[in-house]
Design a binder for this molecule. Structure first.
Ligand SMILES: [Zn+2]
Ligand SMILES: [Zn+2]
Length: 406
């Protein structure tokens, strides 16, 4: 079965490249996706799947019910692009000025459509249901995952898998990270208000610039003195604006920053501690402050059992030398919301290839990846689904070798 499905995936690969390149040429950025979901829905409908559009706003969900009863596995691909000018010299370069698929979501989409195409052909042999979640707006908080879940895309789902093509990994490799893999990415803003005046008469003012400077220093104590040293947290002030003239004490100062954490309790404590530091520092200096904390995506937690299972499948498919353990990254990803609801894992598929000039990082104007990563994603998704239905007892090597021997 596995070999037959993989052969079909290879046969339709040129079509997947076509789909990926079409999406690449006509990118649509987060919350502005119109044609992309239409193209996806059309493809899934032609396959005979049950298709829901407008899920949570702009999402598309395709449901493939096998003819035998079984569990429900969800597979997710995101489809939004970025507000970046494409600077690659390739025939499929973006035709839309200032917009580009610089994160590989076009490739995720085409790979998942390939999986839907291949599995729908053997519907009568499938012992379970597959839910294909095509998600809008991953790149921009509040993102598309949350509204899609609220709109029922995970209803009845037992497990979920997601993949991200990764430019930093060479093509042919797959990376896994157990437990916390990506950080919660939050933002904060503080406005310190004092009483402005003449630079020569500080005694008649409340200096917000000095207060805010003190505040930046005091905020450093949160990570160094209050967060458990065995837990991770980042508090970064990235913007500080106050005053215009050399001899004027300004009226206010503006700070902006970001907080990155993994543990939910650390996240909440940091939010609270920043508030305490703001209050304490300003009171001491006689200034007042407005503090706003905006939560981004939560941390992405890869369930241990599912991660190990899919990793073992990847080792059987591609060889142990092709599978690596990844360090957690402090970037955010709204796949985290799905994993808060159901078990599953999110893995990284190598897309780097110097021969194709696929050497630039994600969100770079020259970003590109080796398109064959679609085959890797497709094969691993298919195997993960069949193995889940087989309660983790799918005979991967046997299934492949038997066909190889013929
Ligand atoms: Zn991205
Ligand atoms: Zn991405």
């Amino acid at each position: 079965m596995l070999q037959q499905l993989f052969d079909r995936l290879r046969e339709i690969y040129p079509r997947l490249v076509e789909i990926r390149r079409d999406l690449h040429m006509y990118p649509e950025i987060s919350f502005e996706e119109v044609e992309t979901p239409k193209k996806i829905a059309r493809f899934l409908t032609e396959l005979g799947l049950e298709v829901r559009t407008g899920v949570g706003g702009r999402g598309v969900v395709g449901i493939l019910r096998g003819e035998k009863p079984g569990k429900t596995v969800a597979l997710r691909a995101d489809f939004d692009a970025l507000p970046i000018q494409d600077e690659k010299e390739v025939p499929y370069r973006s035709r839309i000025p200032g917009k580009m698929h610089a994160c590989g979501h076009d490739l995720h989409t085409a790979a998942l459509l390939g999986v839907a195409a291949v599995l729908s052909e053997v519907k009568e042999q499938l012992a379970g249901t597959v839910v294909f979640i095509h998600q809008f707006a991953e790149e921009l908080a509040p993102g598309g995952a949350k509204p899609m879940i609220e709109d029922g895309c995970l209803d009845g789902v037992d497990v979920i898998y997601g993949a991200h093509v990764w430019a930093g990994l060479p093509y042919g490799t797959v990376g896994f990270c157990e437990g916390y893999a990506m950080a919660a990415a939050d933002a904060f803003e503080i406005e310190v208000t004092g009483r402005g005046g003449h630079g020569a008469q500080p005694h008649l003012t409340v200096d917000p610039l000095v207060t805010a400077s003190q505040l930046v220093v005091n905020l450093q104590n949160i990570v160094s003195r209050r967060v458990d040293p065995l837990k991770s947290a980042v508090v970064t002030v990235g913007s500080f604006h106050s005053g215009e003239a050399f001899n004027v004490i300004p009226h206010s100062a503006h700070l902006k920053g970001t907080v990155r954490t993994f543990d939910e309790d650390v996240r909440s404590m940091v939010e609270e501690w920043i508030g305490q530091v703001v209050k304490g520092t300003c009171e001491q200096m006689g200034a007042t402050a407005k503090y706003e904390y905006r939560r981004g995506y939560p941390a992405l937690y890869n369930h241990v059992e599912e991660t190990r299972r899919v990793k073992r499948l990847a080792e059987q498919l591609f060889g142990t030398g092709k599978v690596t353990n990844m360090e957690p990254v402090m970037g955010g990803e709204d796949f985290a919301y799905y994993l808060q609801k159901v078990p599953g894992t999110f893995f990284f598929v190598g897309g780097g290839n110097p021969e194709l000039d696929a050497v630039y990082p994600h969100h770079h104007p020259k970003f590109d990846v080796d398109e064959r990563a679609m085959l890797v994603i497709g094969q691993l998704f298919i195997t993960a689904v069949l193995d889940y239905w087989a309660d983790g007892k799918l005979k991967v090597e046997e299934s492949l070798n038997r066909f190889k021997a013929q």
